[in-house]
Design a protein around this ligand. Structure first.
Ligand code: KG4
Ligand code: ZN
Length: 336
């Protein structure tokens, strides 16, 4: 079965063709990064306008690169929630019309589940596993029992981890997108130059995280945390911030693994591209855990993860009806 996956939830306009949930025949990602750069953040109105202008060409390019015509498609899957409403609406409206014109099913996909599913496309991992979803909008540690069964164990109580990377980078004018720049600068910085604090949230928030305190410390109070003699350079700030941002997450991941007894871990989302996080997750293998994460191209927003998850629903006979609309909100999870 061949599924076209469309992703327009934020600033990437992407379409991909995936056969049988695993063979990525194409994955076209038209990024709007350069156009949002002057504002050092994504401007929602601009994002939706660009999606409207680009979507048709992006889908055509995905079909062309896959070497198929749209008559060979079995379904169209599209991110329908959560995300920027205007951007989501462009993808959902397009997908509905496209599927209807071709007389094939259309499937609305939850963006968070799609990120969690991304690594399954390339490296199938047996369920259940501990899911670590880290992106610009979400920071979630969860138990994943199946492609559609996700129970949240912990989440951020304020800023998302990617948002903290982006805001720190914006404040120090390091570049955009912040996560990528901080990751790069950190490679030549001293991660112990600033000993930034982590949150103490209490036992009822055992797996929860907070990034707003760290962000404030880095932005407003960094000199309080500078080690004697350490240089105040962008590289040192980046490396010290990154060490603590990843540390906050990894501490909860280790706790959740110990408590749940789960032996497998899989990460997804834009921040799963972070080199320190990948290295620290890999370290868990030394303690006997199986660890997977998507290749870099499947970490940030992409149509392939949407098509891959769409295939799973299609295989189980689950499709969406034409009344399904876009939703900006996270509605799909329950926290135990
Ligand atoms: O998954 P994604 O493309 O969009 C959302 O669903 O939010 O994630 C984007 C986020 C941004 O905050 C970006 O700064 C971050 O992922 N990011 C990174 C890295 N690459 C992207 N953060 C840290 N290190 C990276 N290498
Ligand atoms: Zn995303």
């Amino acid at each position: 079965m061949i599924v076209l996956g469309i992703e327009t939830s934020c600033d990437e306009c992407s379409a991909a063709v995936v056969r049988d949930g695993h063979e990525i025949m194409s994955n076209v990602i038209a990024t709007q990064i350069e156009l949002h750069k002057p504002y050092q953040g994504v401007v929602p109105e601009l994002a939706s306008r660009l999606h409207t202008e680009w979507i048709q060409q992006v889908v055509e390019a995905a079909l062309r690169q896959a070497g198929i015509t749209n008559k060979e498609l079995d379904a169209v899957a599209v991110t329908s929630r959560p995300g920027l409403l205007g951007s989501l609406l462009v993808g959902v409206s397009f997908a509905k019309c496209y599927a209807s014109a071709l007389g094939i099913p259309f499937i609305g996909i939850d963006h968070i589940r799609a990120h969690l599913y991304a690594s399954q496309i390339e490296t199938p991992l047996e369920y259940p596993y501990l899911g670590v979803l880290v992106s610009g909008g979400h920071t979630v540690i969860c138990r994943v029992d199946d492609y559609d069964r996700v129970d949240v164990l912990g989440t951020t109580i304020d800023d998302a981890i990617g948002e903290a990377f982006d805001k720190v980078a914006k404040f120090y004018d390091l570049g955009f997108p912040g996560g990528v720049v901080i990751d790069r600068l950190s490679k030549s910085g001293d991660p112990t130059a600033f000993l930034f604090p982590g949150p103490s949230l209490g036992e009822e928030h055992r797996y929860d995280m907070s990034y707003s305190g760290l962000k404030t410390a880095v932005i407003n109070q960094k000199d309080r945390f500078r080690k004697e003699g350490a240089e105040d350079t962008p590289e040192n700030i980046a490396a010290s911030f990154q060490r603590q941002a990843v540390g906050i997450l990894m501490k909860r991941v280790r706790l959740a693994l110990e408590d749940t007894g789960l032996k497998r871990v899989s990460a997804g989302g834009g921040v799963a591209a972070n080199s320190l996080l990948r290295a620290e997750l890999k370290e868990l293998e030394k303690s006997g855990y199986t660890v997977t994460f998507p290749s870099l191209k499947l970490c940030t927003d992409n149509g392939a993860m949407v098509a891959g998850l769409g295939y799973r629903y299609l295989k189980d006979g689950i499709t969406s009806d034409s009344h399904l609309s876009a939703s900006a909100r996270v509605t799909a999870f329950k926290k135990n």
